[in-house]
Design a protein around this ligand. Sequence first.
Ligand code: AMP
Ligand code: ZN
Length: 115
Amino acid sequence: MDSCIFCKIAAKQDPAEILMESDSVVVFKDIYPSAPVHYLVVSKKHIPSIKEVSHEDEALIGHLIHTAKDSAEKLGLSGYKLVFNVGKEGGQIVDHIHLHILGGWAKNKPGSINV
Ligand code: AMP
Ligand code: ZN
């Protein structure tokens, strides 16, 4: 989608600090972090949110989660949160599906669940 910021980042038309990438997803640093370590796993296919996911996207969603695991390992996170915000009332601002990776809190001080 031409006007979508995450489509533009996935197409390298807008800058981002990319951590890793595959044929179908890209992982980059969140520009306004809500945790000491905050990355986004973003599908290269434009799907607005979890609400629009279809059966044919099941492998893609699995890959999104698996890539989050690989990214967390690469970042050296021993524990972390994975969050999908879904729809405006769910706190979603960017209407392009993405999985938040949140971590980096002190070991005895787990982070809040709010993103
Ligand atoms: P959500 O509220 O789930 O839609 O989260 C969107 C996230 O995207 C927020 O945490 C923003 O800080 C982040 N974000 C928005 N624009 C950019 C950008 N250009 N590069 C990196 N992260 C972004
Ligand atoms: Zn998009």
